[in-house]
Write a new protein. Sequence first.
Length: 302
Amino acid sequence: MKQRNLIFFWTLALIFIFGTSGLDAQELNCKVQINTEQITGTDKVVYESLKNSMEEFMNAQRWSNLQLKNSEKISCSMLFIMKSRDGDSYSCDLQIQSSRPVYGSTYTTSILNMREELTFDFQENQTLIYNETSIDNNLTATLAFWSYVILGMDFDSFSKLGGTPFFQKAQEITAMAQGSLGDSWKAQEDKNHWGWISALTDENQPSMRVLSYNYHRLGLDIMYEKADEGRTQITTALAELKVAKQAKPHSPLLSNFMDTKADELINVYSKANPQEKQVVFELLTDVYPASANRLQGIKTKK
């Protein structure tokens, strides 16, 4: 019942997003890790300071006016694989993941799994501050951008197109950052920030966002009590992948779906009949031909 209330709450809460001010709303439970194995002579103090500043930024920042209990916050993680440092300037690979609970179970399903290159400046004990009207720091812009994307993708999975207000915020950050904060914000790049937010805000091509709601809310969330019905809903939802690929074959949302759902789909269809397994296998390999070997488990796992 608790998770049912959570789903209901998040759906209704969209009415109040960005409404009355003055509420204490921290929506994320973000864990930050920093890997410095590629850097010699690592200064542990400055990296601990960086880690603490980023966790404070992600978890204490108000991204909306929602009030959530600790158990209701969105679980996510950021792994910074540091590649070089020159004074206060850093270069790294950043991996971001987020997940949400599945109703009626202890299982959590992955929503976001992406990786990007990131360069930024940071001074020891620096407090990271997000200014909605002025973007001049690549680190805070990147953290804020992905915070809104994480929130938006989570809301999309509970309410059809429910993440729109958050994606609009991420779009505003992208618009301000273009031309001043490097290649990751430039237009016409499918895999960078612009590519992500372009895919998430294209009103003419909402296939992947609709798929998220149908897959998670109408499919996974009912499998605890109606396994066959939930799996059928997921099969129907997967048809949107072909629509999405035809519209935008290089969309980062397509690759993210495979990165987050491949193993899960193998488990979902482990109890399906051979015909259903074959239909899903053919659908997925048509969209993801390079992943055919990985997807063989859909047909073989029992």
